[in-house]
Design a protein around this ligand. Structure first.
Ligand SMILES: C[S@@+](CC[C@H](N)C(=O)[O-])C[C@H]1O[C@@H](n2cnc3c(N)ncnc32)[C@H](O)[C@@H]1O
Length: 307
């Protein structure tokens, strides 16, 4: 079987989530093709991993890859926030999030994540989910579409794009990725068409976030992961854009009574990694460690006093 995703910041993940040869339990909340889990299981002989992914297709690839580790690896086809909401297993030593989607989704899933391919507009990670991209672009009203493209894509031409989508669909339903990419291309000013990223990039990101509820799942999942973490245990989160990074950063800051932030500034991939794998350029890694005991809130306040 071929694995198409390149796992980012491998050395950094291995060094922060490092049990040596002790027994430990790690939850990989975004298993994907199992790249990070494979590295961790291969390096640490007494580590056990529970891998989560809502996409059952990519999870099959990971199960195949990690089968040689036998009972040290278990897979669960579930949204990560739902997993943590109902988690009643043993306390965990490490938790990893590598947010977003995988190269598999763009190149192999056939579900319309990429505007470079001619595929049906779908974009569901949960192949049985209720809402797909065709429904969003064909049924949301113009204002809701504009808000979505602005809020989840940070797209400055969100209003023009939403207006163009609504005007096009008066004569025909939008079915395919390339059809939507053309509508967007025609809606934006000429100078916007020839920049570093294709003008459809941000709208496609916004649709994917909406369909999979990506941003709404982050904080509840972190909440549950912190609850399940052993004192001294660590959570590592890799994000790829500011909409993902911001809630993680604030969550960690707001829980400084119980978490030590190990990465005062987020860690970014080394220049060699960015060169070898350009999509890793935007990655940021934040890591926290759970304190043995809650910090006294008064002490925390004193830390910032002038005297
Ligand atoms: C960036 S990829 C992970 C790649 C993986 N670390 C590797 O090295 O192969 C993210 C994966 O998480 C899954 N995913 C994203 N959000 C999820 C969520 N809220 N719950 C469960 N799975 C999710 C996606 O389906 C995707 O396969």
């Amino acid at each position: 079987m071929q694995y198409v995703h390149y796992s980012v910041m491998q050395d950094e993940v291995l060094s922060f989530l490092n049990p040596g040869d002790k027994d430990a339990l790690l939850v990989d909340c975004t298993l994907g093709e199992g790249g990070h889990s494979n590295l961790l299981l291969g390096r640490y002989p007494n580590l056990r991993v529970i891998g989560l992914d809502r996409d059952c297709r990519i999870m099959e690839k990971a199960k195949n890859r990690l089968a040689p580790y036998g009972e040290r690896f278990q897979a669960r086809n579930i949204w990560f926030d739902e997993f943590w909401k109902s988690y009643d297993g043993p306390a965990v030593d490490y938790v990893l999030f590598d947010l977003g989607i995988s190269v598999f989704h763009y190149e192999e899933s056939g579900r319309g994540f990429s505007f470079k391919r001619q595929e049906k507009l779908d974009m569901r990670l949960d192949v049985n989910g209720d809402l797909d991209a065709a429904q969003v672009v064909n049924t949301y009203d113009e204002k809701s579409l504009a808000d979505l493209i602005f809020n989840y894509g940070e797209e400055r031409y969100s209003r023009r794009i939403a207006a163009a989508i609504c005007s096009y669909r008066q004569s025909k339903q939008i079915e395919f990725t390339n059809e939507l990419a053309d509508i967007i291309w025609n809606a934006v000013p000429n100078e916007y068409r020839h920049r570093r990223i294709h003008p459809a990039t941000k709208t496609f990101q916004a649709l994917r976030i909406e369909i999979n509820g990506e941003l709404d799942r982050i904080e509840p999942a972190l909440e549950g992961a912190v609850r399940a973490l052993k004192p001294g245990g660590r959570i590592a989160v890799i994000t790829f854009h500011s909409l993902e990074d911001r809630p993680v950063k604030w969550f960690f800051k707001n829980h400084e009574n119980i978490l030590e932030i190990l990465t005062k500034k987020p860690i970014e991939p080394a220049p060699e990694e960015c060169e070898a794998n350009p999509p890793s350029r935007s990655a940021k890694l934040r890591v926290v460690e759970k304190l043995e005991k809650e910090r006294d809130p008064l002490k925390k306040r004193n830390k910032y006093r002038a005297d």
